[in-house]
Design a protein around this ligand. Structure first.
Ligand SMILES: *[C@@H]1O[C@H](CO)[C@@H](O)[C@H](O)[C@H]1NC(C)=O
Ligand SMILES: *[C@@H]1O[C@H](CO)[C@@H](O)[C@H](O)[C@H]1NC(C)=O
Ligand SMILES: *[C@@H]1O[C@H](CO)[C@@H](O)[C@H](O)[C@H]1NC(C)=O
Ligand SMILES: *[C@@H]1O[C@H](CO)[C@@H](O)[C@H](O)[C@H]1NC(C)=O
Ligand SMILES: *[C@@H]1O[C@H](CO)[C@@H](O)[C@H](O)[C@H]1NC(C)=O
Length: 703
């Protein structure tokens, strides 16, 4: 910049020289700018206008102030300065905290003047009370000295910049301390001292008693140790106990009392803990208890060792002939110095009247003293039992137990029918039923009563009979019998029966039933099957008696099958029947009869004779055409008459076409000699004129 302005100056000078050359005649100096000087040219060839120092311009029309400060204060004025431009010039001042070396307010550095630091700390009190000042280049700072503390801002501070200041440290009121007393004090600020001393009841042992206000604003803790004054455990005194609450600080008390067996004879019984830590002396004196001579109890003597201190004992014993009716016999010397009450009471022994024994006389002198005697004797008619018939009056005031009974003499033992006496003595007889007799109920013992009469045994001897008696079968199926038992008893009968048949090996009919009854006569009907041999057993369950009876059932008429009666016009009719199964099937037959119509109308179904004579004797026209065992037939049978085959040894002859027939079905059951049969008309068979004939004829009669 300076370079360029110099160049410009050079240029201006040239210009003015040119103008000058044009107007030679001009008074140059008169035309100079007010802020220019008119100077001689260097070569002396005339005058020139030069702008004054501090101005730039052409010197005539234009001279302008040059701002030197624009170059920079540091360059123009030096370090720590401020540059001030003036019209045509400038001056320098020092920055705050510095001052010119020429001691003037302003300067121009051309004479070597410069700015140097001011030591503000030289001015005392600049930082305020309790603060330390520290000089800095161009400035200073404050901080608080020991015992002072900053307020209103941080440290370090500058009072001209902020409001911070130092204030003396104040510890406040010192705290009170345990077991110590605080003495009066003057200040509470830094360095102040407060003194303590040990409180009442405490004693100083070691350490410092004082507390100082420290720089941190706290009181230092006194190191003093104040120990409590204690008297310790109170001393023990002979024969005493203590009433003491366990505290041993000054003023504490202990009360002494005399132990059991001792009493307080003199002196004070209180001791106090003093400020010195000692118990005051208690001068209590305890003397031992003495109960003296024990009291006398009438009719008694004492067992005593002549000692009458507490706990001593005396035992009382009643004199002979007397006994103690009180409670206890011992008296003890108590802590109060008296014998406790012995409840001994000696009373003369009196056994009163001796006990009464029935049927016995007393041999007695009437006295009931200790040692008196009574003797018993049974009256006439009684004999003596027992081991002891005399008694002595004893110390307990009671007669000894006697063991005597006077028992009646009943005479000869009683007789009971059907019985014998097993064992007897004079008062007891035991009976037993003779063989073949028994007793249901009743005692078998007779006793001799106190009145001299036998109480006879209630035993009744009854002849022994089977519990099931007179058993027999009536009407083939019913049983009858008589029960032999004690009449109130209920008997349970178990009836089992088994049926068998000679003609049917596989047959077995085994059944069982129960019956309960009090009755004496009993009847029981059983559902027995026909043509069977039965063996029936009856057991009387409580009596454990079984008896058996056999019976055979008879043959009844066989049941007829259901046939479908029809009339046929064919000579080979097929007839039908239906039957139900029956246990008699093994001994039953179907016989088919052919009965020519012109024959007698009477057919005797039951006659086996007519049946047997059929084939041989008189050439009867009625005949058996077939015989079929029933057991071979199922539920149903279709049979064709006249088919020319053999059926059970009979030839099923073809029917004659021109004749009319009845077909009769006979069912026959047969076992040994017994034969029973049933007949039904099965069909009518007609020839050519059949219809006519039947219309005229009546039906066949079956007998
Ligand atoms: C000359 O300079 C002074 C101050 O130094 C100023 O006041 C004055 O106006 C100037 N004169 C002209 C004609 O510029
Ligand atoms: C502290 O105080 C006690 C009285 O309480 C005094 O006997 C003792 O000598 C003191 N100790 C010191 C170190 O001053
Ligand atoms: C007879 O015997 C009974 C039973 O043993 C017995 O209690 C009773 O005392 C006896 N009587 C006599 C007189 O011996
Ligand atoms: C029954 O027993 C008798 C005798 O033993 C015997 O002859 C008879 O054939 C038996 N009757 C039956 C149906 O078994
Ligand atoms: C008997 O005949 C009837 C009718 O003809 C028939 O239904 C039935 O099965 C026959 N029964 C037997 C056992 O042959």
């Amino acid at each position: 910049m300076a370079e360029s302005s110099r160049t410009m100056m050079v240029f201006l000078l040239c210009a003015s020289a040119a103008m000058l050359a044009k107007g030679q005649s001009l008074d140059i100096c008169a035309s100079c700018h007010a802020n220019a000087t008119c100077d001689d040219k260097a070569d002396g060839s005339g005058k020139v206008c030069n702008c004054k120092y501090g101005f730039v311009g052409n010197g005539r029309t234009f001279c302008q102030d040059k701002d030197e400060c624009l170059i920079g204060a540091k360059r123009i004025c030096g370090q720590h300065t401020t540059c001030h431009n003036t019209y045509g010039s400038y001056y320098c001042t020092c920055s705050s905290g510095y001052r010119p070396s020429n001691d003037m307010d302003v300067f121009i550095p051309n004479d070597g003047t410069h700015c140097q630091d001011i030591d503000e700390c030289r001015v005392t009190g600049l930082c305020g009370d309790g603060a330390l000042c520290r000089n800095l280049m161009g400035s200073f700072e404050c901080s608080c000295q020991l015992g002072y503390i900053i307020h209103n801002g941080p440290e370090p501070f500058n009072p001209s910049i902020n409001k911070a200041f130092c204030r003396v440290v104040d510890c406040g009121r010192p705290a009170s301390l345990k077991n110590m007393i605080r003495l009066p004090f003057t200040g509470t600020t830094y360095g102040s001292v407060v003194t303590f001393e040990c409180a009442d009841g405490f004693v100083w042992r070691s350490g410092d008693n004082s507390s100082i206000c420290a720089a941190d604003g706290r009181w230092t803790e006194p190191t003093a140790v104040c120990e409590e004054i204690l008297c310790g455990d109170p001393p023990t005194l002979p024969h005493t106990g203590q009433v003491w609450n366990g505290t041993s600080t000054p003023g504490s008390t202990v009360a002494y009392f005399c132990k059991r067996g001792f009493y307080h004879s003199e002196g004070s019984n209180i001791s106090v803990c003093t400020a010195n830590g000692d118990w005051t002396e208690a001068d209590i004196s305890c003397s031992e208890v003495d109960c003296g001579v024990p009291p006398v109890i009438p009719h008694s003597h004492m067992l005593w060792d002549n000692v009458s201190t507490m706990g001593s004992r005396v035992v009382y014993q009643c004199n002979s002939g007397y006994r103690n009716v009180g409670e206890g016999s011992v008296s003890v010397c108590t802590a109060d110095g008296g014998w406790d009450e012995a409840f001994v009471r000696c009373q003369e022994i009196n056994c009163q009247k001796p006990a009464f024994k029935p049927h016995a006389k007393m041999l007695w002198d009437g006295t009931s003293r200790l040692g008196s005697v009574v003797r018993y004797q049974c009256e006439e008619g009684y004999y003596t039992r027992g081991l002891r018939n005399s008694s002595v009056c004893r110390k307990t005031g009671q007669w000894e137990d006697v063991d005597i009974r006077c028992e009646a003499k009943c005479g000869p033992v009683p007789f009971l029918e059907n019985s014998a006496v097993v064992w007897h003595n004079r008062s007891v007889a035991i009976h037993r039923c003779l063989d073949g007799y028994h007793s249901w109920r009743g005692s078998n013992v007779s006793l001799c009563g106190s009145s001299g009469v036998w109480e006879i045994a209630s035993l009744k001897c009854i002849e022994i009979k089977p519990p099931i008696n007179h058993l027999f079968v009536i009407n083939e199926k019913c049983l009858r019998w008589t029960a032999e038992k004690y009449e109130e008893d209920t008997e349970v009968y178990k009836v089992t029966y088994a049926g068998s048949r000679d003609y049917q090996r596989s047959f077995r009919d085994k059944r069982k039933q129960f019956m309960r009854s009090k009755a004496e006569q009993l009847e029981l009907c059983l559902n027995l099957l026909p043509v069977t041999n039965y063996s029936i057993s009856i057991t009387a369950v409580s009596a454990r008696y079984t008896t058996t009876v056999n019976t055979s059932t008879s043959l009844p008429a066989p049941p007829a099958p259901i046939v479908y009666f029809r009339e046929f016009q064919t000579p080979m009719p097929t007839l039908r029947l239906q039957r139900s199964l029956n246990t008699l099937d093994p001994i039953s037959l179907f016989q088919v009869f052919v009965l020519p119509l012109e024959q007698s109308k009477v057919f005797d179904c039951s006659s086996p004779a007519s049946l047997l004579s059929l084939s041989k004797s008189k050439p009867s026209t009625e005949y058996i055409t077939a015989q079929i065992a029933v057991r071979r037939v199922g539920k149903e049978l279709n049979f064709t008459v006249g088919d020319g085959l053999q059926y059970g040894g009979f030839f099923n002859v073809p029917l004659e076409r021109s004749r009319n027939y009845y077909i009769i079905l006979r069912t026959v059951s047969q076992w040994k000699q017994a034969v029973k049969s049933t007949c039904v008309l099965w069909a009518k068979v007609g020839g050519n004129s059949f219809g006519k004939i039947f219309a005229e004829e009546e039906n066949v009669f079956l007998q």
